[in-house]
Ligand binder design. Sequence first.
Ligand SMILES: [Zn+2]
Length: 155
Amino acid sequence: MWWLQRDVVSSSKPSPHLSWAEVSCHDGTPYPPEWRKTRLVVLTSVFEDFREYAGGYPLTIGSCFRTPRWNRKQGGAKLSQHVQGRAIDIHPHREMTLEGFHTLAKMFAKEDERVGGLGWYKWGVHIDVRSRERHRLAFWNQIPAGTLLHDTRIA
Ligand SMILES: [Zn+2]
């Protein structure tokens, strides 16, 4: 991808459709510089490819990097992929149905080995780029039960 040629650390944006604010923790802590050329590059590549796969519509980011402290406050799992800078929560475009968005994300994730985890939520999808174990995608659906804590099963 053309934009990967640029120096991601000094770029004005981490990727064409993500801002530094969107990948930073909501407590104001920037995405850790030491992971920008490694984890973030993989995560943003996956995001850009998924965005295109889903029709190229603008997508809103719920949460990306989280400090351990912020993650605890939000009730996230201790070893959350967000704390490791490998996860992004994405809301569908307002003209998409949640079901359609979920289905697209699952099709995308199954086909793309860079995606290690996918979660379905009422607000959209969680996608992360952890390493797959035996090529298996970690998948969870939080919709029917609605009682599990965010990321509980992937800790
Ligand atoms: Zn998440």
